[in-house]
Each structure stands twice: as structure tokens, then as C-alpha cells.
Design a protein around this ligand. Structure first.
Ligand code: NAP
Ligand code: MG
Length: 418
């Protein structure tokens, strides 16, 4: 079979530990035999980040701005213990944080659904994607402990000299105070990424805040979303999509009653909490994909989980591991599909579809990694190693591609002969 061609390079960001091992397996078994892969490779493994004083991370994000699509392996975010383990020169920042701040993007997390894994919420039929605003609010707040009675004030000194002041509380005794902020610019980027992603994935967009209580702060989020929606209204209507705003508590109730199949945009804290609720209710972190979308339409695909350190140490000790590669495979298929769509490469889009279908074939036949065994219903799962799981996918992918390419060829032959 002739390999599938690409025209624009994909930005490839390699990573750490068990996911780095899976990364190579996925490339060798599922990508390179079928696709004439064009990628610009960046090694974001911790050793390389340390060697380059983390320049490699910045360069990989800049390449994503240039080419538009990246696929990223999970990476270690260093802490004190990692400083020792890797003899680091500095406690480098989280690569995801660095990339996110350069691309100014929003992270969308979507579960991979399987008919044999029933969500804890029985009426959920389609995935729910959480879009979490990743800037400000309580994550960039300042706090103060008042030890005695006194007045707490919120003060703003404008660059023009304008002065605003409100009393927060007249404390009769000790208490606590918190000051938080957000910026119009960041909220607008968030809103744009959400509307863009809704159009891209043809899903309704929900947004929720508490603007009945927070009449200035949360209300500003709602206003900006309304303004950005005005730019997208025609595209939404043409695609039959809905933008739906409701209060966060009402949204929670409706999400639980829903069938799924929409994007739920959340403020930073709400997204932090709700993404764990939604992902756990859908089944497993190992089945959660993640994509960072910038307001100008650049994409970075990855798995939502980390480097699976515990499995890596077993692997290093010579044990066979049964780490689930699904989310990482779907990061690749998502990135290659997007590349194919942007470059008008039907074969590449078809390859991405067939790769995902081959994963489902494998799982539906009961060939699974260990983490899924206890979650499956209606099939008798057999747990296999990561390598055996990937080999089973490869076999099914080759069959599917053979058939679909033959189908494409025969359809072409038919149209020529007519
Ligand atoms: P983790 O790598 O997501 O793993 C936590 C646990 O979840 C694992 O020990 C495993 O449970 C289970 N798990 C996660 N992914 C799995 C998979 N694909 N297949 C099977 N089981 C899976 O989180 P962590 O251990 O807290 O973090 C490890 C490293 O990853 C840290 O250095 C952290 O900085 C980094 N991290 C990176 C990213 C990223 O790059 N996006 C995100 C999060 C964390 P069992 O051990 O019970 O089998
Ligand atoms: Mg959290």
C-alpha cells in the first residue's frame, strides 16, 4: 500500500516516562507504516528541556503558531523531587502552562465513549466537552487575613488618575478577604476559542456563570460572550447550532438531565471542578482527550492524563505494563485529521477516522488494557499489555485501510470508466 501523503508538517512534541514509551510504539506501529509522516519534532522530555533551558518548549509553541497544528505527549512538571531525580538546573515551569500562555488558548476536554462502558449518568449518550477558562479568578487572587475589627476596601487607581473605591466589609472581628481579577482580553480570547471550537466540531455551546449574584464580574463574562456570539451568529445558524447561556446551578442540573453532545464553557474554578466530575462520570482519565485551541484557530492535541509514572517504574523494572494508549492515539488522530482538513487531504482525514474506528473495533471485541476491565459491561474483556493492544489495533487498522483505500480506488475506477 502506498503511504498517505502530507503537505504541511505537524508539530510533534515528545514527552516523558510511560507516555514517551507509548509515543514511540504508536508512531512505529500505527502511524509510520501508513502515513508518510511530515513532522517537525520537538523533544519536550525533561532532560532536553533542562539542556535547552526550556527554550525547546517555547520553540515548539512558536512552531505551532507557524504551522497551526501540534500533537503533544504528556510531560513532567518538575517539583522538588524531580529536581533531584533529573539533576535539574532549575524548576522549569509546566510546559502546558508555557504553551498555553504563548498560544493564549483554551483547553477542551472530551471523553472517548464506548458502548460497553456506561457513564455513571445513565441518560448521557454523547460526550460532554468541558471548556475551562484558564486565566485568573481565584487562581490569581490575593488574600488577606484580618486579625481585628476594621474596614476592608476594594481600591482601583487608574492610569489616568481616576480613583474608585468600595467598602468590602466593616469587620466587627477577625475575618478573611480575597481579591481576584480577570481581563477583558482574556475573557474575549476564551469566548472566541469556545465559539470557534463549537463551529469546528458542530456542537452547541453552553456557558454558565453566576451573574445574578456577581452583577459586575460575572456579568462582564456574559456580556463578552454575547458580543463574540454576535460575530458567530450567522455561522451558528447556518450549522443549526445553539448558543445557550444559563446560571451555573441551572447548568449543573441540565447537564445531569441531558443526553450530552455539547460544549460546556466554564469559568476557571467551575471548569476545574466540573471537568473532574464529568470525566469521572464518563469512566476513566485514560479515555479523556484534550485539545488546546487558540482564538486564532491553532490547535494542540494531547491526552488529558499525565506521564503515568507508576507504570513507568514497573516498565523500567522489566515488567510488561498495560497502560492505556487510547487518549494518546486520539491526540494523534485528532491532529492528523485537523491537518488533513486544513490541507484538503481526504486520505489523511480518512486515515484518522479509520485509526479511531480500529481502536473501537479492538475494544468492542474485548481486547483492552487493564484499567478498562472493571468498567466494561456486555463483553468479556481480556486485558493485554500496551504492546499487544497496539498490535491488535494495527491489525484492524491495516484491514480497514486496505478496504477503504480499495473502496476509494474502485470508486475512482468506476467514475473513470463511466
Ligand atoms: P497520571 O500520569 O495521569 O497518572 C495517575 C494515575 O492514573 C496512574 O498512576 C494510573 O493509575 C492512572 N492512569 C493515568 N493515565 C493512565 C493510562 N493512560 N492508562 C492507565 N492508567 C492511567 O498523573 P500523576 O501520576 O499525578 O502525574 C505523573 C506525571 O505527569 C507528573 O510528573 C505530572 O507533572 C505529569 N502530568 C502531565 C500532564 C500533561 O503533560 N498534560 C498532565 C498531568 C500530569 P494506576 O497507577 O492506579 O494504574
Ligand atoms: Mg483540578
Amino acid at each position: 500500500m502506498e503511504k498517505i501523503k502530507m503537505t504541511t508538517p505537524l508539530v510533534e512534541m515528545d514527552g516523558d516516562e510511560m507516555t514517551r514509551i507509548l509515543w514511540k510504539m504508536i508512531k512505529d506501529e500505527l502511524i509510520l507504516p501508513f502515513v508518510d509522516l511530515k513532522s517537525e519534532y520537538y523533544d519536550l522530555g525533561l532532560t532536553k528541556r533542562d539542556e535547552t533551558e526550556d527554550r525547546i518548549t517555547i520553540e515548539s509553541a512558536e512552531a505551532t503558531q507557524k504551522y497551526g497544528v501540534a500533537v503533544k505527549c504528556a510531560t513532567i512538571t518538575p517539583n522538588a523531587q524531580r529536581m533531584d531525580e533529573y539533576k535539574l538546573h532549575q524548576m522549569w515551569k509546566s510546559p502546558n502552562g508555557t504553551i498555553r500562555s504563548i498560544l493564549d488558548g483554551t483547553v477542551f476536554r472530551t471523553p472517548i465513549l464506548l458502548s460497553s462502558i456506561k457513564p455513571a449518568v445513565k441518560n448521557w449518550e454523547k460526550p460532554i466537552t468541558i471548556a475551562r477558562h484558564a486565566y485568573g479568578d481565584v487562581y490569581k487572587s490575593v488574600e488577606l487575613r484580618a486579625e481585628e475589627p476594621g474596614v476592608a476596601k476594594l481600591v482601583f487607581d487608574g492610569a489616568s488618575g481616576a480613583h474608585q473605591e468600595v467598602v468590602i466589609q466593616n469587620f466587627k472581628g477577625a475575618g478573611v478577604i480575597q481579591g481576584m481579577h480577570n481581563t477583558d482580553k482574556s475573557i474575549r480570547s476564551f469566548a472566541k476559542s469556545c465559539f470557534q471550537f463549537a463551529v469546528d466540531t458542530k456542537q452547541d455551546l453552553w456557558f454558565s456563570t453566576k451573574d445574578t449574584i456577581s452583577k459586575t464580574y460575572d456579568a462582564r463574562f456574559r456580556q463578552i460572550f454575547d458580543e463574540v456570539y454576535a460575530e458567530y451568529k450567522e455561522r451558528f445558524e447556518a450549522l443549526g447550532l445553539t448558543y445557550f447561556y444559563t446560571l451555573i446551578d441551572d447548568a449543573v442540573a441540565r447537564v445531569i438531565r441531558s443526553k450530552g453532545g455539547f460544549i460546556w464553557a466554564c469559568k476557571n474554578y467551575d471548569g476545574d471542578v466540573m471537568s473532574d466530575m464529568v470525566s469521572t462520570a464518563f469512566g476513566s482519565l485514560a479515555m479523556m482527550t484534550s485539545v488546546l485551541v487558540s482564538p486564532d484557530g491553532k490547535y494542540e492535541f494531547e491526552a488529558a492524563h499525565g506521564t503515568v509514572t507508576r507504570h513507568y517504574y514497573k516498565y523500567l523494572a522489566g515488567e510488561e505494563t498495560s497502560t492505556n494508549p487510547m487518549a494518546t492515539i486520539f491526540a494523534w488522530s485528532g491532529a492528523l485529521r485537523k491537518r488533513g482538513e486544513l490541507d484538503g487531504l481526504k486520505d489523511l482525514v480518512n486515515y484518522a477516522d479509520q485509526l479511531e474506528a480500529a481502536c473501537f473495533d479492538t475494544l468492542n471485541e474485548g481486547i483492552v488494557t487493564k484499567d478498562l476491565v472493571s468498567l466494561m459491561e456486555g463483553v468479556t474483556p481480556v486485558s493485554v499489555s500496551s504492546a499487544a493492544f497496539i498490535a491488535a489495533i494495527r491489525e484492524r487498522l491495516a484491514k480497514r485501510l486496505g478496504a477503504s483505500m480499495a473502496g476509494l480506488t474502485s470508486r475512482m475506477e468506476n467514475s473513470y470508466s463511466r
